[in-house]
Design a protein around this ligand. Structure first.
Ligand SMILES: C[S@@+](CC[C@H](N)C(=O)[O-])C[C@H]1O[C@@H](n2cnc3c(N)ncnc32)[C@H](O)[C@@H]1O
Length: 590
């Protein structure tokens, strides 16, 4: 058996996720020149041949083809020598792109190539990516640069966490993207260190204000504690106060780190004084923060920015607002949607258990198509995802397409289709019969649909899926001339419903951002409504529990006498254990 790797493919591989770097490092060491092709041989295993055409440029600009073959055991040695024997070789491309940081719908990672698998199996590779809290990667924000550089030595977990935190703050970007970016460049890092680094990054972002209160309480000049020094201290205080790690370890690791930041030793003294204060008085301060007035407790103990805390108190009352904040302080599970049309849910769960023996897997009452999973690492990779049997999608977000209830043979508009998570779900619900027009303004998001089509076997059956780039607030003749039986409108939003999975959003959003999204959301609803046939159904969905973006927008339909609001619902972390989400079902009267 053999896999062919063009230079383009090799570039993909070298640029792949950190977990593959053991082999990928070997590949990278091969003498290659542009235009050369290698034949790699793997004994008796399944091989996916990846070929990438086009010359140079970034991975995303090339067309990629793919072919899956099962080869008989060949027993032959590797054309490249023993280095490739019995190793895992997976080439993956992380698709880090898009435009709106608030969009928190479907997945953003595209698997483009499995180059080969051999004796060690896939498990070793997966274990290396131990990101216990990373749910699906987030929506676009400021993006880490794509580089081919790899570091030869691995930074320690805490040092890397500080680098990630700096980049997230500086670029106002998504933490999961910066985390992946840095982890990919630390291929030799121990899986446990990767897991710790991930825990520290998300934990600090979830508890940032509380950690700062501790630091400021003991700093001689709080405003002077900034940048990497502050982040290093936040990491240590998080370990001490939230992870309940022995202070001796947290403090000594922090001091080592601070020493590298400032070899003169001056900052070391500052850090030592602060951390010993936290060690002695941390418990008392946490108690004080928690027992303050609800507004102060939301801000100080639960790290909800004051403007948002004030809103929640008004909307929900103190008890519920505090429950929401507490729910958002915990690492969330990863929610999966199962394609029950192609496999029995119990068979999929069984495979999940086999592939992730240490993961906690929970089925969901009344939703046999969903599971929640913890400790499985990144589920965007692996055979189940590649076969389209699992899709990473929040439990509440899964409801939007179900509420639309598209029927086989219908014509459905997936308005704001993004990267196609809900497009695939619509296809599943329609039993892959009928027509789906998936539209989005952003071509980079739509680029993922090729992968969705392949994973979801959308060319099977009689389903016609058309992907169209268009601004849905404007005239689009291809849509306006044809009325749809059903419209799913999953609008861009603040993403404030996704604070558990994207904790940095709470620090990047401002009060004004909520109102700023509303005109676009309304315009999208008005236009989408016109594209619905009489008797048809439209679902308006938004991954935010903020009423302005939900019922506030749907209120404009009162001006349409032919519209009927059949139902509306807001999901919340505190009551439903899900992301914050809103969906309304509207019917257009005959
Ligand atoms: C919440 S996301 C959609 C997620 C997607 N439905 C999924 O499940 O994967 C909102 C999408 O709206 C798109 N969008 C924003 N403004 C738009 C416009 N004027 N016309 C069409 N699409 C737009 C964004 O590009 C983004 O992909």
């Amino acid at each position: 058996m053999h896999a062919e790797l063009g230079v383009g493919a090799l570039e993909e591989v070298v640029d792949g996720p950190h977990r593959d770097h053991q082999l990928l490092g070997d590949l990278a060491a091969l003498p290659t020149a542009r235009g050369e092709r290698h034949h790699l041989e793997f004994p008796g295993r399944e091989v996916v041949r990846t070929f990438v055409d086009g010359e140079g440029g970034r991975a995303g600009s090339r067309a990629a083809g793919r072919e899956l073959r099962r080869h008989p055991p060949a027993g032959a040695g590797s054309a490249l020598g023993p280095v490739h024997q019995g190793r895992v070789c997976v080439g993956l491309r992380r698709q880090e792109r898009g435009a709106d940081p608030g969009e928190a719908g479907g997945g953003v990672v595209q698997r483009v190539a499995v180059v080969g698998a051999a004796r060690n199996g896939m498990r070793g590779a997966r274990k290396a990516r131990a990101d216990p809290t990373s749910a699906r990667p987030g929506r676009p924000g400021a993006m880490p640069p794509r580089r081919h550089a790899k570091s030869s030595s691995s930074p320690a977990a805490r040092e890397l966490a500080v680098r990630v935190l700096r980049d997230v703050a500086r670029a106002q970007g998504f933490s999961n993207r910066w985390l992946s970016h840095h982890l990919e460049r630390a291929p030799a890092m121990d899986p446990r260190d990767r897991a710790l680094c991930t825990t520290l990054v998300y934990g600090v972002l979830r508890h940032r204000e509380r950690l700062d209160r501790h630091i400021d309480r003991h700093a001689h000049r709080p405003q002077g504690v900034r940048g990497e020094l502050r982040d290093a201290l936040r990491v240590a205080v998080f370990e001490m106060r939230e992870l309940q790690r022995p202070s001796a370890i947290a403090v000594s690791e922090a001091l080592k780190l601070v020493q590298t930041l400032d070899p003169s030793g001056r900052l070391r003294g500052v850090a030592q004084a602060i951390l010993s204060g936290v060690d002695r008085h941390g418990e008392t301060l946490d108690h004080t923060l928690a027992s303050a007035s609800p507004l102060d407790a939301l801000e100080g103990r639960w790290s909800i920015p004051r403007w948002l805390a004030g809103r929640w108190l008004k909307q929900l009352g103190a008890e519920r607002a505090l429950r929401r904040a507490e729910a958002l302080s915990l690492p969330p599970p990863i929610d999966l949607r199962l394609d029950t049309a192609h496999a029995d849910p119990s068979a999929i769960v069984q495979r999940l258990r086999e592939e992730h023996p240490v993961a906690e897997i929970e089925t969901v009452p009344d939703a046999p198509w969903s599971v929640r999973i913890r400790g499985a690492g990144d589920l965007f990779y692996g055979a189940l995802h590649d076969e389209g049997l699992i899709s990473v999608q929040g439990l509440a977000a899964q409801q939007a397409a179900r509420l639309l209830a598209p029927q086989p043979g219908e014509r459905v508009l997936d308005a704001c289709a993004g990267m196609g998570v809900k497009t695939l779900q619509l296809a599943e619900l329609m039993q892959r019969r009928g027509t789906i027009v998936a539209v989005d303004a952003d071509p980079k998001q739509l680029a993922a649909h090729e992968d969705v089509r392949r994973r979801g076997r959308l060319d099977e059956g009689t389903l016609d899926v058309r992907v169209l780039q268009a601004d849905l607030t404007a005239d689009v003749p291809a849509l306006d001339d044809a009325r749809f039986d059903r419209v799913l409108l999953d609008v861009p939003c603040t993403g404030l419903g996704n604070l558990a999975r994207h904790p940095e959003i709470r620090w990047h959003r401002r009060f004004e951002d909520i109102a700023a999204r509303v005109p676009l959301q309304r315009a999208l609803l008005e236009r989408s409504w016109r594209r619905l046939r009489s008797g048809g159904t439209l679902v308006y969905a938004v991954c935010s529990a903020e009423p302005e973006e939900g019922s506030g927008v749907v209120d404009i339909m009162r001006a349409h006498p032919e519209s009927e609001l059949l139902s509306e619902r807001t999901w919340s972390p505190e009551n439903d254990g899900t992301e914050g989400f809103y969906a309304a079902v509207l019917r257009r009267r005959d």
